[in-house]
Design a protein around this ligand. Structure first.
Ligand SMILES: Cc1ncc(C[n+]2csc(CCOP(=O)(O)OP(=O)(O)O)c2C)c(N)n1
Ligand SMILES: [Mg+2]
Length: 367
């Protein structure tokens, strides 16, 4: 490829502007009405799931929830561009993308409830477990895609990460390996301007995160991450390119984390309310809604139906998460390795002794 083809645009790709008007683009096409409606459904459901999860955290039913409020267009776009046999490698923040791939919200929340490392079968939904250690999933994604390529399959892998994760060594290793070995993976950065309290300006001095692509020898592109039409078009293009043997690409979505990092964070300590408020006008739902209403594709009846569907999902989440789990502490040791090492066995015996002592003390006995 020519050098210029590897560089991203100076201005992120946009197909719907902030007031909901369609924008012409020479390279990327507006998705058709059916795709946009499917995306709108995903956005409405995603927002409701975020609200419900935040409420369940406050009620003590979830241990933690990294909100994707404001980032729904990125997450729905990443999920919808994948074919049935493609794979998604998500982070802790990507619950909405995971659910859009068909995982039930209750299963997606098992990790965030603290019950288990993952509540769904990755192979069933072609979704890797949500990764909490930053950027590790990028290496897994590349290895997975490399294996698929060697087996002669046409699987494409979507590898997601945040802006802060681009400072990890794993990010470098994943991108370098993918480019050198021409691996069918799309790296998708949701640049939401923050890594907890650390702003983007402390992560990179590059003109943009997508500019890093040329250093590895893969194309980079920037997209308005609050414009689901543009996300679908840009990611869709990268997925098809990877599928047809064109190798990896790096896409940076410009978006914003509207809420705190998680419930354990107080974002009023490191950012001004005016800054947050300015992003309300760029809301991904409002923008697509305005376009679809103007085109006559979305009317009151369709909106009511979508809202009712989202309410049903939220109600099912409440029922599932208000049920206490029965957990076996030995599970912590059971699946680490096929055969339990003497060290692990010793740790389990220590924990078991502790559990027995606590149970005895609670029942009023002594030892
Ligand atoms: C290897 C590693 N180092 C540090 C952390 C602690 N940590 C959790 S989230 C986070 C910020 C990540 O920011 P970003 O990649 O921008 O993702 P975002 O949370 O904004 O989606 C940090 C430093 C971690 N999870 N893993
Ligand atoms: Mg971030």
């Amino acid at each position: 490829m020519q050098q210029d083809d590897l560089l991203p645009r100076d201005v992120p790709v946009r197909l719907i502007d902030e007031d909901g008007t369609a924008v012409e683009d020479t390279q990327y096409q507006m998705p058709d009405a059916d795709h946009l409606l499917a995306a709108y459904r995903g956005l409405v459901e995603g927002r409701r799931i975020n609200d419900q999860a935040n409420a369940l955290v406050r009620q003590g039913r979830l241990a933690v929830y990294p909100s994707s409020h404001g980032q729904e267009a990125c997450q729905i776009g990443a999920s919808l561009v994948l074919g049935e046999h493609d794979w998604l490698f998500p982070t802790y923040r990507d619950s909405v993308a995971v659910i859009a791939r068909g995982v039930t919200p209750a299963d997606a929340m098992v990790l965030l409830k603290g019950d288990w490392h993952s509540g769904y079968d990755p192979a069933e939904h072609r979704v890797a477990p949500q990764a909490t250690p930053l950027a590790t999933q990028l290496l897994h994604a590349v290895g997975f895609a490399y294996a698929a390529k060697r087996r002669g399959e046409d699987t494409v892998v979507m590898a997601m990460c945040g802006d802060g994760s681009t400072s990890e060594g794993d990010f470098h290793e994943a991108l370098n390996f993918a480019a050198v070995f021409h691996v069918p993976v799309v790296f998708f950065i949701q640049n939401n301007e923050f890594a907890i309290s650390v702003p983007l300006s402390r992560q990179t001095a590059a003109p943009s995160l997508a500019h890093k692509a040329i250093g590895y020898g893969m194309p980079g592109q920037r997209v308005d991450g609050n414009d689901v039409a543009a996300v679908l078009a840009v990611l869709g293009d990268a997925v098809e390119r990877a599928r047809s043997g064109g190798g990896p690409a790096l896409i940076e979505a410009h978006t914003y984390r509207m809420q705190a990092h998680t419930n354990a964070d107080d974002d009023t300590r490191y950012r001004e309310r005016d800054e947050v408020q300015a992003w309300v006008a760029r809301d991904p739902l409002a923008r697509l809604r305005a376009l679809l209403r103007a085109q006559g594709v979305l009317d009151d009846a369709a909106e009511e139906q979508l809202a009712a569907g989202a309410e049903e999902i939220a109600a099912a989440m409440r029922v599932a998460l208000n049920t206490d789990s029965t957990l076996d502490p030995e599970d912590l040791f059971r699946f680490v390795t096929a055969d339990r090492s003497p060290q692990l066995e010793e740790q389990w015996q220590l924990l078991r002794g502790e559990i027995d002592r606590t149970a005895l003390a609670e029942s009023g006995g002594t030892r």
